[in-house]
Design a binder for this molecule. Structure first.
Ligand code: DAH
Length: 347
């Protein structure tokens, strides 16, 4: 135990030393810059690689932070090299009045996928592995698909102007054209056009007219799942969601179904996972990751599917929420600011 503790401290001390060296090494000649690059960034012997190999020494709950700090240190090395290279070439241009064509080219920074895209792909891939196909639907919806066909009563508060962005308000000829408030309307579009068995996963962007804060934004992303066939049960639902949670949050993930209500499912549940956090009393807390349930027979009948013969389950989850849990992000707004210092950490 004490041996483990001291190796943890060593890894953290090594990181701290590295940060100092990264900042303090002088970069006044191009040879110096080359040596600096090799010393820190060499894939085989570089000090960044060496430190990445030490992640297992760090306590599991600190690993993410440790890894992020290494990435930040690496970004500093790259930034200092770029800056020094720029200065050195300015100097040589200025002194000789010429460009040195023998200088190595400046590497273009490589882009990376946005963390939301990464999380979305991860989520859809899990379900693709279970035979779900990926489908999409329109972001501009009508009241029928977004609400009525999903069994929302006419006076449901979600239809209120406060929550829904209307493009055309409800009128004589239609119940309103709006920005979809969830991906569930795609369930209806798919069931209207197909016969069971249906097994789809639907990622997409949704919009809500909510006060913007660290935990909500006027747009976000969801992934919807739908499975309709003969003999689909709640046991099937639990099995697949548990498999999903294990893939995303680890083999020993603790998950629970909590009774809830959605107009389009009966019974309905919310799924929580146990989020370990030693700083909290009790060592963690339950965090909601999705809504789910058995498709309400009214919904099936509304799209012409025989609810005596077929049953189904559905679920829907917020991608931002899952990305925030996985990557330890505590403010949703940062996902929409396109700040390169943030995005770089996901390459
Ligand atoms: N559409 C719900 C929401 O936006 C989430 C949801 C709950 C989707 C239950 C489902 C479901 O498919 O069965 O919050």
């Amino acid at each position: 135990m004490s041996e483990q503790k001291s190796s943890v401290d060593n890894a953290i001390a090594a990181l701290n030393d590295l940060k100092v060296e990264i900042e303090e090494t002088a970069l006044s000649t191009s040879q110096g810059v080359d040596d600096y690059r090799i010393r820190f960034l060499s894939r085989k012997q570089g000090q960044i690689t060496a430190l990445l190999k030490r992640i297992p020494e760090v306590a599991p709950e600190d690993r993410k932070k440790f890894g992020q700090e290494i990435n930040a240190a690496k970004a500093r090395v790259v930034a200092r090299i770029e800056e020094a290279t720029g200065e050195l070439s300015d100097e040589s241009d200025a002194s000789s009045g010429q460009v040195d064509l023998t200088l190595p080219g400046r590497a273009m920074a490589q882009g990376s996928l946005h963390p939301i895209t990464q999380a979305q792909r991860l989520i859809t891939r899990v379900f693709e592995n279970y035979g779900f196909e990926v489908a999409e639907g329109p972001e501009i919806e009508d009241d029928w698909h977004n609400f009525s066909a999903l069994n929302f009563p006419p006076d449901h508060p979600a239809r209120d102007m406060q929550d829904t962005f209307f493009i055309e308000p409800p009128g004589e000829e239609h119940g309103g054209i709006l920005l979809r408030t969830h991906t569930s309307p795609v369930q209806i579009r798919i069931m209207e056009n197909r016969e069971p068995p249906i097994r789809v996963i639907v990622p997409g962007r949704v919009y809500r007219n909510e006060a913007i804060s660290y935990k909500s934004y006027c747009l976000f992303h969801q992934v919807e799942g739908l499975y309709v066939d003969e003999g689909v049960t709640m046991a099937d639902l639990k099995q697949i969601l548990h498999a999903f949670a294990r893939t995303l949050f680890g083999e020993d993930v603790k998950m629970r179904f909590r009774p809830s209500f959605f107009p389009f499912t009966e019974p309905s549940a919310e799924v929580d996972i146990w989020w370990k956090d030693d700083a909290l009393p009790g060592g963690g807390r339950w965090m909601e990751i999705m809504g789910t349930g058995m498709v309400d027979p009214n919904v099936l009948e509304g799209v012409g599917i025989d609810s005596e013969r077929y049953t189904g389950y559905a679920f829907g989850m917020g991608i931002e929420r899952i990305a925030m849990l996985r990557y330890g992000i505590d403010d949703i707004r940062i996902l929409y600011e396109n700040d390169n210092r943030f995005l770089k950490q996901f390459s």
